[in-house]
Ligand binder design. Sequence first.
Ligand code: 4AD
Ligand code: MG
Length: 431
Amino acid sequence: MTKFISIKEAMKKKEGKVAVRGWIYRERGSNKLKFIVLRDSSDIIQCVLEREKFEKQWADIDKLKVESSVEIEGTIKEDKRAPTGFEISAEKITIIQISEEFPIQKDLNEELLGDRRHLWLRSRKMTSILKIRSTVVGAIHEFFRSRGYVEFDPPIFQPTQSEGGSTIFEVKYFDSKVYLSQSWQLYAESAVFALEKIYDMSPTFRAEKSKTSRHLSEFWMAEMEAAWMKLDEVTEVAKDEIRFIIQEVLKKNKEELEILGRDIKLLEHYAKAKYPTIKYDEAVKLLNEKYKMNFAWGEDLRTIEEEKIANHFKVPVVVTHYPTQIMGFYKPASPENPKEALCFDMLAPEGYCEIVGGSERSLDVKDMEKRLKADNENPKNYSWYFDLRKYGSVPHSGYGVGVERVVSWICGLDSIKDAIAFPRTMTRVTP
Ligand code: 4AD
Ligand code: MG
């Protein structure tokens, strides 16, 4: 049995006999020579096939097009002219499948690339992003587990909204209807009275009716919730988490960042920098005084304002104490100034804006009932949630990180759609 090794391992070996297998990334040839750039999940490498060694197979070799699958055995050596600095002189080729004309060529528009997403995943761009995404997900698990958090999974079918009725997906559930999870939060709040420190990453659904480069209708949210924790502490956990994720990507994915053309120095800066915390009040002052923006206190920050604030600090910035009136029912008013809520967002620079949202949780059932009613919700549907405030309630806080928002920022992507393999948006649910 031939022992196949990855292209990366073959290049590490530098010389001698190797056997590799994969897909044809590029090919060109004459009637004497065929050059194949072979791709596997680890890298690409140039292979050269001389007709005189393959006279019997030449007719088939001549037919090999991009994405054909092959196994190649031969001798590897350094070659400065080859795309990755090495070349394999082939002695044996086994053709697994001769590909049809691959339907992705240069200059496909975004719509057509979207239609061919199942094939586009093979591109070096998507492969690099997916590897970085895997590191991000692994880093989140490691961050929380190493700090003693327990992984806790919420239900995805939920009987109520948690983040506002306007973005909720309704689904038929036998003879009734339920909703797809907008957040794990209400369930996490039950679990913290048992487990104290928990985290999770799960699919999250929002019927976002806007077409932006930052919104998906199905995305992964990484959330945490902790008993006894207050706003000042939870914001520091969020900063540590984001820095840790970047450190892990820098440790494991330098090559992928280079393929994507990301500024690695800048990421190294984000991985170590101190992230400031400012109050919404100060953000409003900054926008109006320094940037002459005429922004009214009480409005939610939109993309243009978030962008200004994060770019001003040039690192992620935590903004706290948004106006209570525009916040979700569970975000408590500050006892010092009820107009301000004990909540926060983290805004990433370079136009990536909100990557984290969180808060302390209200302990005031009367106030939550009032705010739900104002939102046309029936507080009765939340009675189980209010139970949590009756039996040994303690202060607690949590937040959610948009996994694709973070991947998009770390990779420097133009659109969040490339931060997930099969994006779902208002205008796309296929393939
Ligand atoms: O700010 P959000 O809506 O917060 C919550 O849902 C809280 N219940 C979380 C918590 O406290 N446990 O969402 C959290 C994060 C946002 O900061 C953003 O990064 C991401 O989730 N997010 C989206 N990402 C992609 N597409 C969308 N449509 C998103 N909506 C939110
Ligand atoms: Mg938010």
